[in-house]
Design a protein around this ligand. Structure first.
Ligand SMILES: [Zn+2]
Length: 88
């Protein structure tokens, strides 16, 4: 069985490749982990625009990492999301 991870917005469980990973790096900055292999605590979202938009609305990253998140982090995520399909 492939490893499953849960989207922190909609709580759907999916295979890792269907999710995008966010991680806090050594300096505490929250970044997109496009390799999926960066060390540190990770949080996952579906590769879907609605989850990215909801994450921003609900401040999901702030909650996941217990720290303030720069708007630019969500901007990057939304930019990344432009390439993803809309449907589930
Ligand atoms: Zn989701």
């Amino acid at each position: 069985m492939k490893p499953m991870r849960m989207c922190m917005v909609c709580r759907t469980r999916r295979e890792k490749q269907e999710l995008i990973r966010m991680t806090a790096n050594q300096t505490g900055e929250v970044v997109l982990d496009l390799s999926g292999k960066a060390p540190g605590r990770g949080a996952y979202f579906c590769k879907q625009k609605k989850c990215v938009q909801l994450a921003r609305k609900r401040r999901a990253l702030e909650r996941a990492f217990s720290q303030p998140i720069e708007a630019s982090v969500y901007d990057k995520l939304e930019k990344e999301a432009e390439a993803w399909p809309n449907e589930s």
